[in-house]
Design a binder for this molecule. Structure first.
Ligand code: TYM
Length: 360
């Protein structure tokens, strides 16, 4: 049987990338699951703490994300839906894994590097300025960067993610392409643990990355980068809560190119390719088949149809979300039940882990 685990940060209303790359796939896995499969979906509040959060806003986002998961079609009877921070075993296992994780592996993680590289650049610039000012040729090249401003949680973030997955001995992890490196680290840590604490059978299976065809939805304003929650340009992403008018206007404003006709060329024409991918994901067709239909049409027609398809896709979950987010008592009951089920599953694994490492 499969054990599916995935998580999403409670950092605001999900965008089309979260929906197509992850959440709708979670629902699809739920629909296709065999009765003995386990599906476990978590709202990962501890991961959100790696960036500064306003406590009031975080608390609201935490509750809203649970409403989103139910609104898109996850069923608490079928899937375990819970808040990561309600199951302390994740933190316990994260600590144990931290003590098995080489720092070098974490330094190579993209999520860390995108924070550290700007610091490196700044340090280089400062050194340059200093040496110019002093006009001295032997000014020290200060390549040693001050990472001390970054919090340690950001550094060990992928280890907590590995703990989320391994605590359930998950076999399948449905996430977008941006999470691939984290899943690889998780497999590495599973292997290290299995090797270090050998018993009759290895404790952890090596989890597989499950991707959708739309595992990388691009920014509508800059198709060289992925659609993300953190871009300052609100028109670069479509949110689950966008009105039909907003959906249409954001897609009408998507950056494409000035070539005539439509072809699917992710390298040379990433903007159009992104729209074709989105349309294919909405209609369930192959992207090449979609592209053929638009070969002789213009970008205007493609955009109008994409907007229509996206609106159709989010219409129901959007209405469901608006209704469910107000149902505080129901949400609390779902969270409580989910937490109990999650703890029960991880208790068994944690007992085995504590025995293997000698903390009993
Ligand atoms: P998060 O909260 O950033 O994103 C949630 C999911 O959305 C996917 N995603 C995208 N997919 C396609 N195109 C995009 N533009 C796009 N942007 C985001 C992400 O790949 C992800 O699947 N570290 C994780 C949360 C996490 C987790 C876990 C996931 C914590 N523990 C254990 C799996 C297993 C994260 O920050 O996702």
């Amino acid at each position: 049987p499969r054990i599916v685990f995935s998580g999403i940060q409670p950092t605001g209303i999900p965008h089309l990338g979260n929906l197509l790359g992850a959440l709708f796939n979670w629902v699809k896995l739920q629909r296709e699951a065999a009765p003995e499969d386990k599906l476990i979906y978590s709202i990962v509040g501890w991961h959100a703490l790696t960036l500064p959060q306003d406590p009031k806003a975080l608390s609201a986002a935490r509750s809203d994300m649970l409403a989103v998961l139910l609104a898109v079609g996850l069923d608490p009877e079928r899937s375990i839906i819970f808040h990561q921070d309600d199951n302390l075993h994740h933190a316990e296992l994260a600590w144990i894994l931290n003590c098995l994780t080489p720092m070098g592996k974490l330094k190579r993680m993209t999520t860390w590097k995108v924070r550290v590289i700007p610091l490196h650049a700044l340090a280089k610039l400062l050194t340059l300025l200093k040496s110019r000012l002093a006009a001295s040729r032997n000014a020290r090249d200060d390549s040693e960067v001050d990472e001390s401003l970054l919090n340690a949680g950001l550094f060990t973030y992928p280890v907590l993610q590995a703990a989320d997955i391994l605590a359930y001995r998950a076999t399948h992890v449905p996430v977008g392409e941006d999470q691939q490196q984290h899943i690889e680290l998780c497999r590495d840590l599973a292997e290290i643990f299995n090797r270090t604490f050998k018993a009759k059978r290895p404790l952890f299976p090596l989890p597989q990355h499950v991707v959708t065809t739309s595992c990388r939805v691009l920014s509508l304003k800059d198709p060289s980068s992925k659609m993300s929650k953190s871009s300052p340009d609100l028109n670069s992403r479509i949110l689950l809560t966008d009105t039909p008018a907003q959906v249409h206007s954001k897609i009408r404003g998507a950056v494409t190119d000035s070539q005539m006709g439509i072809t699917y060329d992710p390298i040379e024409r990433p903007g159009a390719a992104n729209l074709l991918n989105i349309l294919a994901a909405c209609t369930g067709e192959e992207v090449t088949a979609v592209a053929e239909r638009y070969a002789d049409k213009g970008h205007g027609q493609l955009k109008a149809d994409v907007a229509e398809a996206v609106e159709e896709l989010i219409k129901r979950p959007r209405a469901e979300f608006e209704r469910l987010r107000e149902e505080k008592a129901y949400l609390a009951a779902v969270a409580k039940e989910g937490a109990e089920k999650a703890q029960k599953l991880t208790e068994v694994t944690m007992r085995e882990i504590r025995t293997r490492i000698g903390l009993v």
